[in-house]
Ligand binder design. Sequence first.
Ligand code: SAM
Length: 216
Amino acid sequence: MDFQELRDLMVTTQLIPRGIKDERLLRVMRKVPRHLFVDEYVQDKAYDDMALPIGDGQTISQPYMVAVMTELLELTGDEKVLEIGTGSGYQTAILAELSKEVFTIERFANLSDRAKEKLTALDYDNIRFMVGDGTKGWPEEAPFHRILVTAGAPDIPETLAAQLTEGGIIVIPVGDFLSQRLVKGRKHKEKLSEEYHTPCVFVPLVGEYGWKDTRR
Ligand code: SAM
């Protein structure tokens, strides 16, 4: 299977026609080997227009959703980024390509360990990993220029908003258990101005400042 060809096709059929414009992002979406972040039995679907299972009831997000969320972050290459929900590590790789350093938190140790193994094998050296409840953020490393949450939350956790720099951006799916909307918040004078973007469906953000359990 020619994965480079599939990646190029993914960009030209799924991303550009739906309005993804950031040239740096499109270049990185053509480069990062998404198939290495999923199990072998679904590798042939890695560049399809869908989310895929990664174990523990969790998913690697659809390529388009990864692109939309990343574009909303307006990365220039100099940022310190916090990611909540490492999952497979694919989105982490995209962020690591486009920013200065990435701090990523995952609540399942086995997912975090696997992602770390893959990202290290791919030579990423600007990523720090933590296993724990990402709704608390990473206070020792705050503030962050950007925060990306890749699980659905009931609202924007204040703990995370507090860890953004002035002018910083948070992107997070907000809604109920069945569906959410991508929200982009920009911090100005201690307040977040919010913009509402595309509807989406994410696994729940489970933690002290998210959903309290996964059954709702
Ligand atoms: N971005 C990931 C990727 O590219 O594979 C997909 C992330 S998946 C949709 C959401 C992830 O958020 C899951 O791995 C889940 O375990 C994690 N998660 C949920 N609640 C969390 C929390 N409070 N702290 C850290 N991770 C959490």
